[in-house]
Design a protein around this ligand. Sequence first.
Ligand SMILES: NC(=O)c1ccc[n+]([C@@H]2O[C@H](COP(=O)([O-])OP(=O)(O)OC[C@H]3O[C@@H](n4cnc5c(N)ncnc54)[C@H](O)[C@@H]3O)[C@@H](O)[C@H]2O)c1
Length: 309
Amino acid sequence: LGVGLADMLRKQYGTENVILSDIKKPPPNVYSSGPFVYADVLDYKHLRELIINNRITWLVHYSALLSAVGEANVALARKINITGLHNVLDLALEHCLRLFVPSTIGAFGPSSPRDPAPDLCVQRPRTIYGVSKVHGELMGEYLHHKYGLDFRCLRYPGVISVNTPPGGGTTDYAVQIFHDALSTGHHVCYLRPDTRLPMMHISDCHRATIEFMQSPECQLSLRTYNIAAMSFTPEEVAQEIRKHLPHLKVTYNPDSVRQTIADSWPIRFDDSNARRDWGWAPAFGLEELVADMLRSVREKRTDEGLPVR
Ligand SMILES: NC(=O)c1ccc[n+]([C@@H]2O[C@H](COP(=O)([O-])OP(=O)(O)OC[C@H]3O[C@@H](n4cnc5c(N)ncnc54)[C@H](O)[C@@H]3O)[C@@H](O)[C@H]2O)c1
């Protein structure tokens, strides 16, 4: 998600003023789009050096292992999602940075209200991913209240984007289905057809993040907000895709790890506080999302010389 957010921020603040970082080699288009540096969130001293040398003022902390990958490697998820976050929190506090950390629908669990999940309710997630995200929400808010850290956090729904290959989350199917629809015409879904989850188009997700980061502190009654756009099931998104590609075939082969995770997550998000406090409003519903994704995936495949249905 970081690349698209950096693009949007660079349009507003200037290319040179937004630095992307990762521990992975950037693809050519990312490398040539603006400043890029290697930064491992586990290396506190190096992060500090980057902050000081570049006079950093805002930090957007996206590094994480996502839900399904985290379950497969709990020790690494704990390290990156919790130890890495502690480094970032300490640095933000020490250097007076405005800090954004995304949370997720995965910060809720089977004992949370699911339809809708409000901002403030029981949070007992059953994944290491969710546990680390709740920890992040609480640590950030604690440091805000105790020391005035300008911590801001949005709970993202499943984010649908053409450029980001699915990163091992539970909502990945909703990206993969577009690629399959335009290549083989057949998608094998790892969730049951009626699994409803909150989802959002990536441009809404980025816009929400920037608008929230730009909001004056006095408008924020919370430091962690739900944001919502739509909720759909695999069956519903497939049906919408069939309006464009009638021959799409979907077979269902539920994977027990991801199905159990999805069944513990909210069906819908209540984002009324975000709408009231800082004016959040999504632009994409299911119809717009499907039309845009099919157009973008088609364009991408054509550019890459791949066949398109
Ligand atoms: N994608 C979604 O649908 C979604 C939904 C809710 C919240 N989020 C949150 O948004 C953020 C970004 O998600 P994403 O989908 O882009 O995930 P992703 O898996 O695509 O990207 C995570 C990045 O973290 C990097 N990383 C891993 N270990 C690192 C380390 N030690 N130091 C520095 N970087 C490291 C990886 O190289 C990767 O580029 C995450 O915090 C995630 O929890 C994403």
